[in-house]
Design a protein around this ligand. Structure first.
Ligand SMILES: Cc1cc2nc3c(=O)[nH]c(=O)nc-3n(C[C@H](O)[C@H](O)[C@H](O)COP(=O)(O)OP(=O)(O)OC[C@H]3O[C@@H](n4cnc5c(N)ncnc54)[C@H](O)[C@@H]3O)c2cc1C
Length: 614
């Protein structure tokens, strides 16, 4: 055993040497009883070969697949394994938020997803007594995004798009392979994978990422607490078809909400594998004070019948709709829990392994994908030696507070929602006056809708206190600050229409030099020095006049969104956030920033695939 190796647990049985291209293999070892920790023995030849494996992703749900897509774009060596033999076919998460589309755009997947989904922007609120009101959820003419909407598409479709993207690049999603055990030390992680027939494979990786869901093996084995609790209410879910049965006709391509004393039902325009997803809860269940149908820790049970769901939906819609042709029916229980930490040395948690909460606002899967996007580029650049390893500290520093805020607000909104749907007189008044009369009026305000959209879309997530972002001097007064998302805007490049995000978000850092080209010519040497490694730092110009290969902002909208008066600099991270910015053409600050976080800029960098050093 290597000095300092720390085994998290011991669950081995007889092992079998298994090999796979580029990774795996190792000597067998047997678990011992009586508290003696097993010794992982890895032969030198195997250890040497496996050192080439940078990252092991455990779990091929949306978080793991998104992480794999980003690591693939950097050309680093990784594997992705999942214990289940097939990908999940149930719809589960059904809303993809605009920020998720923006990050998936950087690997060319957003348009494929939009094609499969329903870009609905309307919410129809149906009230007791047959009244209804409409709330628009997006569609802002001036929005700084290509995706000013919420995309309704099933999680199964989102996973399918990610999986076929990976497969098209020759990445194998290794199913039927379970993470059985692992041990960390200063030099890496020794891992044991197990197949359904009990065969074990030993390998060594630099980093291990647990994208293995709410019951995360990784989280449990490093002993990170999953703090929080289960909600008391049971919900019902159905993916199905709907016929009008009374006065209610569900207009397609809109989200419909019914709420009253008898219960609540939300209909989402799913499209595939069924036209509608309904989530319902009876009024009785809302006032309930103890877990009922489900065990406290069982999130999902497929024992729901169509007639049971119909009865609850009848209560909410006053018998207005008839449910038929279900493809998925389930009871489910909600939890609000967060991992106490997202990192333990070389081991990371992302997605549901780190946080679960109520589906208010449809944030769960989206937050997992954003976790993956935040972590992926950092792992890629550190694993290849391009970045200072302390860059990895910023993952937890940036993403843990996002998870905590998410739990807080989903918990509050969920509390208000369940109380407002109870059968009390106060709740009935709230529904009649506040929700029925005030909310639609408030939501007519463009400002309020823009605020709501930015919040739901995850555009408002910022990392201003991150240790790896810097506001340089002279300071820029306007535009996105260091740690903010890069806003999008239309520009042209070599006569072709494109956008800022399309040009500046990808598998390297982008240094954007804004303003007339003349202003930069006096700094040509400094610029040349910064761009000696285009695989790590690519330099782009943003200017109003047409210059070959520059990003041309004829309308001035892009420069205005960036708050540029004359000249300014923005360093954009591979996840589309501003790493560094300042006013003026002096490049000293950005060079110091790059030297601090990417010292290898001046030295050869190992890239095992795709990217070449400049
Ligand atoms: C009924 C339901 C409705 C939902 N609705 C919404 C919604 O409307 N909006 C929303 O945003 N979210 C919703 N969610 C939540 C959303 O589905 C999750 O946030 C999302 O699946 C999290 O993705 P993940 O990749 O982090 O984890 P998961 O999807 O749970 O994937 C984890 C993967 O890890 C694998 N795994 C686990 N342990 C191991 C191991 N030891 N070795 C190898 N593999 C392992 C599992 O097989 C699994 O494939 C819903 C969830 C449910 C159940």
């Amino acid at each position: 055993m290597r000095a300092g190796t720390r085994w998290i647990t011991s669950t081995h049985h007889s092992a079998h040497r298994a090999r796979r291209d580029g990774a795996g293999g190792g000597k067998t070892h047997r678990a011992t009883s009586g508290g003696v920790k097993p010794t992982p023995t890895i032969d030198p030849e195997t250890a040497q070969r496996d050192r080439a494996l940078d990252v092991l992703i455990v779990g091929a749900g949306p978080t793991g697949l998104a992480l794999a897509a980003q690591l693939r774009s950097f050309g680093i060596r990784f594997r992705i394994v999942d214990r289940s033999l097939d990908r999940a076919r149930e719809s589960r998460a059904l809303a993809v938020q605009a920020r998720t589309l923006e990050v998936l755009q950087s690997v060319g997947l957003a348009d494929a997803l939009v094609e499969r989904g329903n870009a609905s922007v309307r919410l129809v609120l149906h009230f007791e007594g047959g009244r209804s009101a409409e709330v628009r959820l997006g569609g802002f003419a001036a929005a700084d995004t290509r995706f000013p909407f919420i995309l309704f598409v099933s999680q199964a479709e989102t996973e399918a798009v990610l999986a076929s993207h990976l497969t098209s690049y020759g990445v194998s999603i290794e199913r039927g392979i379970e993470l059985a055990d692992f041990a960390t030390d200063d030099g890496g992680v020794a891992v044991v994978l197990r197949r359904p027939d009990g065969h074990e494979e030993h390998l060594r990786v630099q980093y291990l990422v647990g994208c293995d869901g709410a019951h995360s093996t990784v989280r449990k084995r490093v002993g990170i607490a999953f703090e929080g609790d289960a909600y008391l209410q049971d919900f019902m879910l159905g993916d199905l078809e709907v016929d009008p049965a009374g006065a209610v006709a569900l207009e397609p391509n809109a989200l419909h909400s019914f709420g009253g004393r008898q219960g609540t039902a939300m209909f989402f325009p799913l499209g595939h594998p069924a036209t509608w997803r309904v989530i319902a809860m009876s009024g009785r269940a809302m006032s309930r004070s103890a877990p009922t149908t489900l065990q406290r820790d069982a999130p999902l049970a497929s024992d729901l019948s169509l007639s049971e769901l119909q009865a609850v939906v009848d209560g909410a819609t006053d018998g207005g709709v008839c449910l038929r042709a279900p493809v998925w029916l389930a009871h489910f229980r909600l939890h609000h829990r967060q991992a106490a930490r997202y990192r333990d040395g070389r081991v990371f948690l992302a997605g549901d392994a780190g946080h679960i909460h109520s589906p208010v606002g449809a944030q769960g899967m989206n937050t997992g994908i954003q976790d993956a996007w935040n972590l992926g580029w950092k792992l890629a650049l550190v694993a290849t030696g391009a970045a200072d390893p302390t860059l990895l500290d910023s993952y937890e520093a940036e993403r843990w507070p996002v998870g905590r805020a998410l739990l807080r607000y989903t918990d509050r909104i969920f509390g208000v929602f369940t109380r407002s749907m109870s059968s009390s007189a106060v709740a009935a008044w709230l529904r009649r006056s506040l929700v029925a009369r005030v909310l639609p009026r408030v939501m007519r305000s463009e400002r309020v809708r823009a605020f709501a959209f930015r919040f739901l879309s995850e555009f408002s997530i910022r990392y201003p206190r991150s240790p790896v972002v810097t506001e340089g001097t002279p300071a820029l007064r306007k535009g996105p600050r260091a740690g903010d998302r890069l806003p999008d805007a239309e520009v042209a490049r070599s006569g072709r229409q494109t956008t800022l995000q399309r040009e500046l978000v990808g598998p390297c850092l982008h240094l954007l030099l804004c303003g007339p080209l003349d202003a930069w010519s006096a700094h040509a040497d400094a610029i040349a020095e910064l761009s000696t490694r285009p695989a790590l730092v690519a330099v782009r110009y943003l200017t109003r006049s047409p210059v070959p290969d520059a990003l041309v902002d004829g309308s001035g909208v892009a420069l205005a969104r960036l708050g540029v008066r004359e000249t300014a600099q923005y360093l954009i991270r591979p996840d589309g956030y501003v790493a560094y910015r300042c006013d003026g053409p002096d490049l000293t600050g950005v060079r110091q920033y790059l030297d601090r976080w990417f010292p290898s800029r001046r030295h050869p960098v190992r890239h095992d695939g795709g990217e070449q050093s400049g």
